[in-house]
Design a protein. Structure first.
Length: 94
């Protein structure tokens, strides 16, 4: 198996086994990665998703719409958006 395929296979397996997926600054523009994330969400009913990005207004409406359009299985999962960057995530998680 080519190394890149091994990497993607390991990535998918790790997502399927995860309790939480932390996504930081990802635009959801790569369909290949989106498909791996979506497939793992289909097989992992217990996973929570934390999406960290930066929006100066702190508004997650645009990103949440884009995520819903790209990931068919996102709505079945507990998803948190942190739109004021990583510091907001740390404040809420620690």
């Amino acid at each position: 198996m080519p190394p890149i395929r091994e990497f993607f296979h390991a990535f998918e397996k790790d997502l399927i086994d995860a309790d939480k997926i932390l996504i930081i600054g990802y635009s959801f523009s790569d369909d290949h990665i989106n498909n791996i994330i979506d497939t793992s969400l289909e097989h992992n009913e217990k996973v929570e998703i934390d999406i960290i990005d930066y929006n100066k207004n702190g508004d997650n409406k645009i990103l949440s719409k884009k995520v819903s359009e790209k990931l068919n299985n996102i709505d079945r999962h507990k998803t948190h958006y942190y739109m004021n960057g990583f510091s907001e995530y740390l404040e809420n998680e620690l």
